[in-house]
Design a protein around this ligand. Structure first.
Ligand SMILES: Nc1ncnc2c1ncn2[C@@H]1O[C@H](COP(=O)(O)OP(=O)(O)O)[C@@H](O)[C@H]1O
Ligand SMILES: [Mg+2]
Length: 424
């Protein structure tokens, strides 16, 4: 079965943009470049008439500017008779908030308070567009994966992304060793995805040959060859983990289509028990797409100011794209003399786990083509990784069976909360 990318005509969301110019054109163009079906509509036009029939996933961004009641009514009207719903971002100023609340906007709606950067709105919409297609445990048993329907999909397969916009903080080290500890100690089948062959290569550090990457496969697929999944492309490591790179050519990195990457990862969930992704240190569209589908975004932070500053910045971005509650800080090289509590206060995040410094053991492991977990099973840092895995799995067990809370409602609370604070 050929699985289509999220960006394919059949399933990609329509995004109606009702904003003043020049913002509107900028947003529509940006979303279009990212592969989404975005179009302009007039501020006062009936939203319901803007959408073409045939697509389940509808999103809209509506500038409220003094007309909150009319905007809310427009949305309510467009929602009538739509079983799959419509996700809306209201663009508003502080002055609109009371009227918006009075108009009774939906729990699922999001707010974008002025002032903001157009890019921030784009990221938010892209994350929503991808999320709109990501099945949740509450959705029906026939689950959409790209263009195809499959019933074997399991919500219990966690996707752990490892990210910090700063280099050298331990992303690759943590992704690789977490994958190994899940595979060897928790007896899960693990797929390790290398999303950063530019600044550090997972495959090389495991002594694996440069296999075909996802980007290589897409070139062939677009030329008419059959579809290959991440698992089809993965190389088996001696520990049992399967390793695949999104791209092995740094020049091709920008050509990765974000929605296609997200779809490939979701597709791979059918064949394994857990997926770990090592990400490139940038706020690329691909990374934002991965954030949108990840169950957890693990943020390694070393006890130094640049790493902590980068984590604070990441927190702000995560709020913007609606994934703040998925961030989990991991303190790396924890035994360096800086108190964990001080780091938590500075960054403003609780640490989920700590990994102590293992000195040259990582180097010796890499020289043997192994992870710390299989080369030095008794090292205390291996124990740290096991504890990290335990915490991640028990946190995931707590959320996998229950419906994941909507980020939008907490985001709404945050934004209203911010207003309350500024009024006090
Ligand atoms: N806990 C640790 N103890 C010792 N060395 C570490 C530890 N974490 C990372 N390193 C080393 O620091 C360097 C950078 O780590 P890496 O995982 O490549 O960071 P990133 O992927 O964030 O750029 C590597 O040489 C790695 O072996
Ligand atoms: Mg790295």
């Amino acid at each position: 079965m050929a699985t289509q990318a999220i960006g394919s005509e059949a399933t990609r969301p329509q995004i109606a943009v009702a904003m003043p110019e020049p913002e509107r054109s900028e947003v529509v163009a940006g979303l279009g470049e990212a592969g989404f079906d975005a179009f302009s509509i007039d501020l006062d036009a009936p939203l319901a008439e803007g959408f073409r029939p045939g697509t389940e996933h509808l999103l809209a961004v509506i500038d409220v500017s003094g007309k909150a009641a009319a905007a809310a009514a427009n949305v309510a009207n467009a929602r009538r008779g739509r079983p799959h719903g419509l996700s809306v971002v209201f663009v508003a100023t502080d002055q609109d908030l009371d009227a918006l609340q009075a108009a009774g906007i939906d729990q699922a709606d999001e707010l974008m308070l002025r002032p903001f950067k157009v890019d921030e709105l784009r990221w938010r919409l892209e994350a929503m567009a991808i999320r709109a297609q990501v099945p949740t445990s509450s959705s029906s048993d026939a689950v959409l994966s790209g263009g195809g329907v499959d019933s074997g999909w399991s919500p219990a397969v966690p996707v752990f992304a490892v990210f910090n916009p700063k280099g050298g903080v331990g992303k690759t080290t943590i992704a690789t060793n977490l994958a190994a500890v899940l595979q060897l100690r928790k007896h899960m089948n693990v797929l390790l995805v290398d999303g950063d062959t530019v600044t550090g290569h997972v495959g090389l550090s495991l002594g694996l040959p440069n296999g075909r990457s996802m980007a290589d496969s897409w070139v062939d697929e677009d030329a008419g060859y059959g579809h290959e999944s991440l698992l089809d492309l993965a190389t088996l490591h001696s520990s049992g983990i399967r390793v695949v790179a999104l791209s092995t050519n740094p020049l091709h990195q920008p050509n990765l289509v974000p929605a296609r990457v997200a779809d490939a990862i979701l597709e791979a969930r059918q064949g394994v028990d857990a997926i770990v992704i090592d990400l490139h240190p940038s706020y690329s569209e691909v990374n934002l797409a991965v954030f949108a589908i990840a169950d957890r975004i693990l943020v390694p932070v070393t006890p130094d100011l640049p790493a902590m500053r980068a984590a604070i910045q990441l927190k702000d971005v995560a709020v913007e794209v609606g994934v703040r509650d998925r961030l989990a800080m991991i303190i790396n090289r924890a035994n360096s003399g800086v108190a964990v509590a001080d780091m938590e206060t500075t960054v403003g995040m609780k640490a989920m786990a700590q990994i102590r410094s293992a000195g040259l053991h990582f180097v010796w492991s890499a020289n043997a083509g192994k992870t710390l977990i299989d080369k030095f099973p008794k090292h205390p840092a291996t124990g740290d990784f096991e504890q990290l895995a335990d915490r991640l799995l028990s946190a995931h067990a707590g959320t996998a069976t229950v419906d994941r809370p909507k980020e939008s409602s907490s985001m709404l609370k945050n934004l209203f909360g911010r207003k309350a604070i500024s009024e006090a």
